[in-house]
Ligand binder design. Structure first.
Ligand code: NDP
Length: 330
């Protein structure tokens, strides 16, 4: 199988400008946290990336530690790009991150200049790329001065190893400070990557306001609550699901009866809207005007097709939104 991308790949994907930058990003992006590791079937991973690209998904998100083993998801993407997408590098936005523990000792974790620069070099080698499009600091570091971390981000841009930089999991106040340092350095903060879904709404409590004020893009991860906000667990835990996998980050104990009751009620609203629950959950995330992209995962081609089709119905009535609030509050 070699890639000959569909000529219609840009016909229906909606693209949003990322903050005050020149970069436009697809409203749905694909993350390679799960299902793209050295332990997953390569041909399935390859098929998902191909289909995503055919559907207009140009952005593929990684981190140094995605696996297991850590680093193997970057190797998988590198292999796919080498085999199939070399001629399409300029149509791709590839992001990676550093901030969690990647190698032993004091230099393989958190936010020092020493760690970030070495980690990006390693990521580039694993992927076989000259540069990434976006390099993120993955989580705030309570000990390293923010100036040092931001200066390291500025450095990788000046060296041509990353085109843009972003931050992830920073609080509203940390985001404001990071943006101010980066502005002064002349490398603006492009984007913030934060968790967000119907069960996890912390960004509504200040972060979205800061991103709007600072004109920083917003990409939300785990918009489907790792699969909980889909039809995946409506009747038990399927053997091939994330919650059933020993290395999956969604644990069976996360699937409480209280949550599942809400999921079933939400599913009824989705059906009334003529959508799958996954599609409705994505449309709900994208209802914010400042939302640049929803960053989904997928274990099979069908899921990515289902998710992209969410873009066919992003409109909401006040009654639908109110009914969702009632279920979530219940
Ligand atoms: P999601 O909430 O989208 O969960 C993805 C999972 O949901 C899939 O693996 C699949 O589960 C299930 N799923 C997806 N689509 C459908 C569908 N249409 N129907 C039924 N089930 C579906 O996102 P992730 O938690 O995977 O996170 C997405 C990305 O966000 C990551 O890959 C990573 O790039 C990024 N991320 C960033 C973090 C950070 O700190 N910055 C932290 C975590 C993630 P199953 O495998 O069971 O089929």
């Amino acid at each position: 199988m070699t890639l000959s991308p569909s000529d219609t790949r840009y016909d229906s994907m909606r693209c949003n400008r990322c903050g005050r930058s020149g970069l436009k990003l697809p409203a749905i992006s694909l993350g390679l946290w799960h299902n793209f590791s050295g332990m997953d079937a390569f041909e399935n991973a390859r098929a998902i990336v191909h289909r995503a690209f055919d559907l207009g998904i140009t952005q593929f998100d990684l981190a140094n530690n995605y696996g297991p083993p850590p680093g193997s998801a970057e190797e998988t993407l590198g292999r796919i790009v080498r085999q199939d997408l070399t001629g399409y590098r300029d149509e791709l936005v590839i992001s990676t991150k550093a901030g969690y523990r990647m190698w032993p000792g004091p230099y393989g974790d958190w936010g020092s200049r020493k760690y970030l620069i070495a980690s990006l070099d390693q990521s580039l080698r694993r992927m076989g790329l000259d540069y990434v499009d976006i390099f993120y600091h993955h989580r705030p570091d309570p000990e390293t001065p923010l100036e040092e971390t931001m200066t390291a981000l500025d450095h990788v841009v000046r060296r041509g190893k990353a085109l843009y930089v972003g931050i992830s999991n920073y609080t509203p106040e940390q985001t404001r400070q990071a943006a101010s340092i980066l502005d002064a350095l002349g490398t603006p903060c492009l984007i913030h990557q934060a968790s967000y879904n119907m069960f996890n709404r912390w960004i509504e409590d200040g972060l979205l306001d800061v991103l709007e004020e600072e004109d920083i893009g917003c990409i939300v991860f785990s918009p489907l609550a790792q699969g909980l906000l889909t039809d995946r667990y409506l009747s038990g835990i399927p053997e091939d699901s994330r919650a059933a996998k020993p290395h999956g980050f969604l644990k069976p104990e996360d699937l409480t009866e209280e949550r599942l009751t809400k999921v079933r009620k939400l599913n009824e609203i989705a059906q009334a809207r003529g959508q799958t629950l996954a599609q409705m959950a994505l449309a709900w995330n994208l209802r914010h005007p400042g939302m640049t992209s929803a960053l989904v995962g997928a274990s099979r081609v069908r899921q990515i097709e289902d998710n992209v089709a969410a873009l066919e119905h992003l409109e909401w009535t006040a009654e639908e939104l109110e009914a969702i609030e009632e279920i979530l509050a219940g």
